[in-house]
Each structure stands twice: as structure tokens, then as C-alpha cells.
Design a protein around this ligand. Structure first.
Ligand SMILES: [Ca+2]
Length: 310
């Protein structure tokens, strides 16, 4: 994108228009070809405004179906007040939820990341099957949710599930990518304003695949209208929980009060972390700051993943 020129209003206006195109592409309203066409026009106008030559910056094939998350600050984690408020809201409806479940999200702080790219969709069964057929004789095994190394009938475009962190990492590595870190996943889900959910801050959404809609199974990726992050990344709220690369550990300066939370940091250290809610989880669990941990070899029927790259 070249050097950012913050104070030129013409440039700011152009950026706003171009951001709309990014959003349209992110929401599947325009194709990659169309996006690249607009990108070309954007570069030419910017060159005219700025009077400086800029590189034509098409999305290379490696990044197809990935979304660029520009470098910069974002909000990570939750404050103690937010956790306590959450519990007061949840408990009347879900008495099983307790304060210590969420104390690992603290503290709320500003963080910073460089530019990354993240998959727009959860990795699908069909994609995983193509990878698997290239792995004959290797130690990568078929997902636990499959019968006899075959994609479950009618579920080619559904997210792959029943994979552990090793299987998920092997898939990403095969494509020259990797699993996202917790920070990367959270920025992609919450945007730069610290949204509580991918779609914003309210719970009055209808089209997110969590237990509330009563489907109790995966849906085809990218089909839930409300489950769209500020960057146009889809299904980060629900469908399947998503494995990340980090092992479970307390965030620096975490000040959990309960013994149970402190105990989990010791007993579950290094466990696999998954983010977001799922078709079996509740909408509250779709909060961008929410962290779940699992035994590293756990192959959950509502756990999948997506890839990231620099
Ligand atoms: Ca998801």
C-alpha cells in the first residue's frame, strides 16, 4: 500500500471508497477479478492525487480467498468489569457458566500486529480431502468425523471437523501457511475497535450458526449472513470453533481472582486453544475474546480451523 498519508483529505476519501470495495470482496459481493480491477483504478487515482508512483498491487494466487488484515493496533482481551458483567447477564439463562471460565481473557489491553492474511472461510472437508490425498504414507490421519477417509456425504463445503492441532497445522504448512496466533485470530474477529462479537456488540443477531438457531450441525462455510467480521472474514462467531497455534497460558499481567482459574493455568498449560463458538455452543461464546482449551490430541466434532500467512 506504500507509505500512508494520514493528513491528505483527498487520500482519506479515496481510502474510504476503496475500503468499500475490500468489504464487498470480503462479503463475496464482487469476485477477485473485479476486486483486482478496482484495485488497479485505485492505484491510478492515488498516483494522480499523490503525484507519486505506486506499485500495482494485485492479490497473488497464494492469497486467493484470504483477507488482508493491515498492520496496526487493536484491542485484545476483556476487563474484569466486562467479565463480571458478562457473568451477571449469563447466569440467569445459563447457570453452568462461572466467573473462572472467563478470567483467562484478562487483562484488556492494546496490542499491535504487522500485516497478515487470513482465510476468509473455515477450511472445508473438500479442501482437507485434497490435502489428505497428497499425504499417502505420511503420519497425517483422516479426520475423526470421516468414515474411511471419505468426505461425509453432502458436506464437501462444510468445515472439516474432528481434527487435532497436528492435523490442522499439517494442512496449513502444506500450503505454506500456518494456524493463526490467538492475537491474530482476535484482531481478525474484533477489528480495531474491540468489538465484543465479530458482527458488533449486540446479541440480537439471527444468522450465526450457534446452538440458538437449533441446527445442531455444521453449515456450508460462508452462508451465515450475520457472521461477518469487520474485515469480511466469515464464520468466526459460530459454525465450528477454530484451533490456533498458541498453547494455553495466562496472558501477561492476568489477575484472575479465583483458585479454579489459577489452577487451570497450571493444569492445562500448553493445551490446544480454540476460538469462537460453534453449532453446539451458545452465542455468548462467540465473543471475540473468548478462549477455550482442549487436550492437544482432542479431535472435537465441532472444532475446525482456518489458516493465516504473513
Ligand atoms: Ca468458526
Amino acid at each position: 500500500m506504500g507509505k500512508r498519508q494520514e493528513r491528505d483529505p483527498k487520500f482519506e476519501a479515496l481510502e474510504t471508497v476503496f475500503f468499500d470495495f475490500c468489504w464487498e470482496y470480503g462479503n463475496d459481493r464482487i469476485s477477485l477479478d473485479e476486486y483486482n480491477k478496482y484495485r488497479g483504478i485505485y492505484d491510478k487515482i492515488r498516483q494522480r492525487i499523490m503525484g507519486a508512483s505506486v506499485g500495482h498491487d494485485e492479490i497473488p494466487p497464494k492469497y486467493e480467498n484470504m483477507i488482508q488484515i493491515p498492520a496496526g493496533d487493536f484491542i485484545m482481551g476483556s476487563s474484569k468489569e466486562e467479565i463480571k458483567h458478562l457473568i451477571s447477564e449469563m447466569v440467569p439463562k445459563y447457570p453452568q457458566f462461572q466467573l473462572w471460565f472467563f478470567e483467562d481473557e484478562m487483562p484488556k489491553r492494546k496490542a499491535n500486529l504487522g500485516t497478515i492474511w487470513m482465510d476468509k472461510f473455515e477450511v472445508t472437508n473438500l479442501q482437507y480431502s485434497k490435502f489428505l490425498s497428497s499425504q499417502e504414507g505420511s503420519s497425517v490421519t483422516s479426520p475423526r468425523s470421516w468414515d474411511d477417509r471419505k468426505v461425509p456425504p453432502g458436506k464437501g463445503n462444510h468445515p472439516v471437523t474432528g481434527v487435532d492441532k497436528f492435523q490442522a497445522s499439517a494442512y496449513c504448512k502444506f500450503l505454506g501457511k500456518r494456524l493463526p496466533t490467538e492475537a491474530e485470530w482476535e484482531k481478525a474477529a474484533r477489528g480495531t475497535n474491540g468489538n465484543i462479537y465479530t458482527w458488533g456488540n449486540n446479541l440480537s443477531v439471527r444468522d450465526v450458526n450457534t446452538a440458538e438457531i437449533g441446527r445442531h450441525d455444521t453449515t456450508e462455510v460462508g452462508t451465515m449472513r450475520d457472521d461477518v467480521s469487520p474485515y469480511g472474514i466469515l464464520d468466526m462467531g459460530g459454525n465450528v470453533m477454530e484451533l490456533v497455534i498458541d498453547g494455553y497460558k495466562p496472558y501477561p499481567d492476568n489477575d484472575a481472582e479465583t483458585e479454579k482459574a489459577k489452577r487451570a493455568f497450571v493444569d492445562r498449560e500448553g493445551w490446544a486453544v480454540a476460538r469462537g463458538s460453534s453449532y453446539e455452543g451458545v452465542l455468548y461464546d462467540a465473543r471475540g475474546a473468548n478462549r477455550r482449551y482442549f487436550s492437544p490430541s482432542h479431535q472435537g466434532k465441532d472444532i475446525g480451523f482456518r489458516c493465516t500467512t504473513d
